[in-house]
Design a protein around this ligand. Structure first.
Ligand code: NAG
Ligand code: NAG
Ligand code: NAG
Ligand code: NAG
Ligand code: NAG
Ligand code: NAG
Ligand code: NAG
Ligand code: NAG
Length: 422
């Protein structure tokens, strides 16, 4: 009995990426990023080289213990570096008070990655989408037009807790951001400098936006220390009280808000760094099942691969990297002047038409499965493959500047609903 599954070809650059924004708070001009293999055998090697080949039981890859070991390894490295630093209140790593875990619900919540955060006093929990492609943290708030809050509405058993609405008047640490504040972009539209600052953010998805006004409140975080004690840290952040959402935000994407992780001054990583709480960096790591973790202040192992961020058109709050080759099996397509946006808040990988056509042509040539046409599918290349054939699909790799090779994990979307047993 072999399983046959319908494959929809698409490309997910799932993996571990660490963003290191160099600079001592303030203006962030050029950044350097590190792109890393998510399963770090280097880390194991490093651990052994640091600690000797002591009799440690190396935990199962991606288990919680595995991630904790990685974190502790990071901490040891950073402790050394910290001795040269004079930042007040500086923590090695911070993560949301409910834990660093990220969550993934597939199509039920628009293929985005989420994490729970606590905001305000008393605190309220929100399951925000993690978006490296935008800056603002916003949550549904004093709702005029918001997505449903009931967990059952989203049809996913992994979502076991209802979503929340933020009400600034119920948080005794909440205060309106005044129009005169330097981070109030729409300040010129205000009647007076003390008025609450309005905001509107339009996203790339069609007709997708959030609007409302900006408030300052406490984000509850926990600090990781060498002794594995978890200390509660409250950080002042600016967040959007999202009164009106539209487009995808009413249709399964980020129903409980978005945490923008971009380079802009208003993003949570930027504000935490500006406050001297962390290094200006963060990391997101995904496991094979698309769950993972987010850490603020994380940096990278010297042995891990990296590629620099590119300044895009002189100014952009987005992360761009230079891609040199796109490889399918042993075939590598050379890309010239190819700048790619790295965005955790975009579900799929998009390529320019001429690149896409060459890649899928090559994939189709190499794949050993029957191409089929699926009605109403947004995917052009679909195959009916046996589980055996699934294992022999061509590998895909991205090559970055200075020959950094980054394998693409799970390049295929397997439609299990169409699984046919024979
Ligand atoms: C805010 O609320 C918390 C608990 O809800 C309370 O302990 C604290 O005293 C309050 N602070 C102020 C300034 O009212
Ligand atoms: C959030 O509030 C709950 C009570 O509602 C409390 O038990 C918990 O410790 C609070 N978390 C933080 C991080 O303050
Ligand atoms: C959940 O499932 C029901 C019944 O299949 C469907 O009507 C509804 O649209 C689904 N909800 C979402 C958010 O997809
Ligand atoms: C976006 O809005 C325009 C104008 O309201 C409408 O014509 C269009 O169909 C909308 N697109 C989507 C994907 O909803
Ligand atoms: C991923 O899911 C598979 C199948 O459910 C499971 O066997 C595996 O242990 C999971 N991996 C992780 C890292 O949780
Ligand atoms: C491709 O599939 C055919 C038919 O299933 C099989 O005979 C052949 O060995 C496969 N080739 C490779 C390279 O897997
Ligand atoms: C896939 O192939 C199997 C065996 O050849 C066939 O029974 C099944 O109908 C095919 N499924 C689709 C969706 O074409
Ligand atoms: C890049 O890597 C390939 C194989 O991975 C190797 O053949 C080639 O020499 C390398 N080029 C440079 C410039 O290091």
């Amino acid at each position: 009995m072999a399983n046959r599954a319908v494959l929809l070809v698409f490309l997910v650059v799932a993996g571990y990426f660490v963003v290191v924004m160099n600079g001592s708070g303030g203006a962030l001009t050029l950044s350097s990023s590190k792109l890393i293999h998510r399963y770090s055998d280097e880390a194991k090697a490093l651990w052994v080289s640091r600690n000797g080949n002591v009799d440690v039981k190396w935990p199962k890859k991606n288990s919680l213990e595995y991630l904790e070991l990685l974190v502790r390894n990071d901490l040891m490295k950073k402790k050394k570096r910290r001795q040269n630093m004079k930042l007040v209140n500086h923590y090695d790593l911070l993560f949301p008070s409910r834990g660093s875990q990220t969550l993934f619900f597939g199509n039920d919540l628009a293929w985005l990655h989420y994490t729970w955060i606590d905001i305000g006093t008393p605190n309220v929990s929100f399951m925000v989408a993690l978006d490296a492609g935008s800056d603002l943290l916003w949550v549904p708030c004093d709702c005029i037009n918001c997505a449903p809050f009931s967990a059952t509405y989203y049809n996913n058993t992994m979502l076991d807790k209802d979503l929340s609405e933020y009400n600034p008047s119920l948080s005794n640490t909440s205060k309106n951001l005044p129009c005169s504040h330097h981070l109030c972009k729409l300040g010129t539209n205000c009647k007076g400098p003390k008025e609450p600052c309005p905001y509107i953010v339009d996203y790339n998805s069609e007709n997708t936006s959030t609007s409302g006004f900006l408030v300052e409140d406490k984000l509850h975080l926990a600090s990781a220390s060498n002794h594995a004690t978890k200390n509660h840290v409250q950080a002042s952040v600016i967040l959007g009280c999202g009164r009106i959402q539209s487009g995808s935000y009413l249709d399964g994407a980020a129903p409980d808000g978005v945490m923008g992780l971009g380079l802009g001054d208003i993003s949570v990583p930027s504000l935490l760094a500006k406050a001297g709480l962390i290094q200006n960096s963060f990391s997101i790591c995904f496991d094979e099942n698309d769950s993972g973790r987010i850490l603020f202040g994380d940096e990278v192992f010297a042995t891990q691969q990296s590629t620099p961020f590119l300044p895009f058109a002189g100014k952009s709050d987005d992360y761009f990297v230079g891609l040199e080759h796109y490889c399918v099996g042993s075939f590598c397509l050379k890309l010239t002047q190819f700048q790619a946006l790295v965005d955790s808040g975009t579900s799929f990988t998009y390529l320019p038409t001429e690149v896409y056509e060459k890649i899928v042509f090559e994939f189709d040539k190499q794949v050993n499965a029957t191409r089929i046409h699926l009605q109403d599918s947004p995917f052009e290349y679909c195959y009916n493959a046996s589980s055996q054939e699934l294992h022999s699909i061509p590998s895909m790799r991205l090559m970055f500047a200075t020959n950094r090779s980054y394998p693409i994990h799970n390049p295929l979307l397997t439609d299990s609903e169409n699984q046919v047993k024979i």
